[in-house]
Design a protein around this ligand. Structure first.
Ligand SMILES: O=C(O)C(=O)C[C@]1(C(=O)O)C=C[C@@H](O)C=C1
Length: 356
């Protein structure tokens, strides 16, 4: 080792010692806060403010994304000193839902992989998990109907949203593309990567394509099949001990899935919030236009409008609406009050910090 290299490493050691002291001091403060604030440990609005502030004061060379990732882990470790949280998600292990859990809560949480979206709701409703993470929409596939139907019925509230870029990986027990004789994948994932597969696997016609129930299922099957590959998320490769043969093989680079965090609390104002509501109106001409007029009047921006059959009467619909702002903001509160007086049904699903 050259003297110069040694000096640089000595500096890193000194910084690490300082960081360690500071991180422990932070953890001790979080513990103290935990003892003083009675009630819920997880405060999404505060975590969002901490991360936003750090992103704004970051002068690099680390990117904002890396800073968020690092501090999410620091907060995760501090939060766990207050109380270990259990998070239910749509499993099995290695799915994009699990990646979404880590993106929001960090790694210092207990996770509960559920078979279905219904099970995620059930685990949180019964108190077996503190929070649940469920997919609600995908930028190319559209809305996740089951999540929306359950939101309509549940006593739970929406406490957060997570946006996850969906990157697909080709993985196998070895990295030689020429050796691949089978590909396990969820049909949707296969369709999302078809262009890449055609270009990079010239013998694609001769490769057997086997449908899997999920990306994680595909990876688990490839882990026991020597000449097989799987299409799945990065996490699945780590969970099932597979080698990554190719990264980001999706044809649509901006494919994003949005998840909701469901829980039992009303989240306070963070300063950059969203509110999700579901409502219905009578079935007559102009009704939906009239219903939405208060949003325009109070200058409330709508980020999503989705209709679903109400399951009550034939051709009756409920509308899922996301707006910018918190239900405690004055203009939002007024707009919601007016909406309530016009709608035949209105349920506020929750206000929560907008995804970073
Ligand atoms: O500020 C708090 O309420 C804390 O408990 C501290 C802290 C953090 O580590 O910054 C941890 C958990 C909460 O979700 C929010 C923030």
């Amino acid at each position: 080792m050259t003297e110069q290299l040694k000096q640089l490493r000595d500096k890193i050691d000194a910084i690490d010692n300082e960081l360690l002291k500071l991180i422990n001091a932070r953890a001790a403060l979080a513990q103290e806060i935990g003892r003083r604030k009675n009630g819920v440990t997880y405060r999404p609005e505060r975590e969002s403010q901490v991360l936003t502030r750090l992103q704004q004061s970051n002068s690099g060379p680390l990117t904002s994304e890396r800073v968020t990732q690092l501090f999410t882990e620091i907060i995760s470790a501090c939060r766990a000193m207050e109380e270990p949280l259990t998070i239910a998600y749509l499993g099995p292990q290695g799915t994009f839902s699990e990646e979404a859990v880590t993106k929001r809560f960090g790694n210092t949480v207990l996770t509960l992989a559920c078979h279905t979206i219904d099970d995620v709701f059930r685990e949180v409703e019964s108190g077996s998990a503190h929070y649940g993470v469920v997919p609600v929409e995908n930028s190319t596939e559209g809305a996740v109907g089951r999540t929306m139907d359950l939101l309509l019925q549940t006593p739970l509230t929406v406490c957060g949203e997570i946006e996850l870029a969906v990157h697909q990986y080709l993985m196998a027990q070895q990295s030689d593309l020429a050796a691949i004789q089978k590909i396990y994948s969820h049909p949707q994932s296969f369709a999302q990567c078809l262009g890449w597969l055609k270009t990079h696997l010239p013998n694609l016609q001769t490769i057997a394509r086997i449908d899997a129930a999920s990306n994680a299922d595909a990876a688990s099957r490839a882990a026991t099949d020597q000449n097989a590959a799987a299409i799945a998320g990065k996490k699945a490769a780590a969970v099932f001990g597979l080698t990554i043969c190719a990264k980001n093989i999706e044809d649509e680079p901006n494919n994003t899935t949005r998840f909701l965090v469901i829980g039992t609390q009303q989240v306070s104002v963070s300063g950059k919030d969203k509110t999700s509501i579901v409502l219905s109106t009578s079935n007559r001409p102009g009704a939906i236009h009239e219903l939405l007029a208060p949003l325009a009047r109070y200058q409330v921006s709508m980020t999503r409008l989705e209709s679903r059959p109400s399951r009550k009467g034939l051709w009756e619909y409920v509308f899922f609406i996301d707006i910018e702002g918190h239900q405690e903001n004055e203009n939002i509160a007024k707009a919601l009050e007016e909406l309530r007086s016009k709608a035949t049904f209105l349920k506020i699903l929750g206000s929560y910090p907008a995804a970073q």
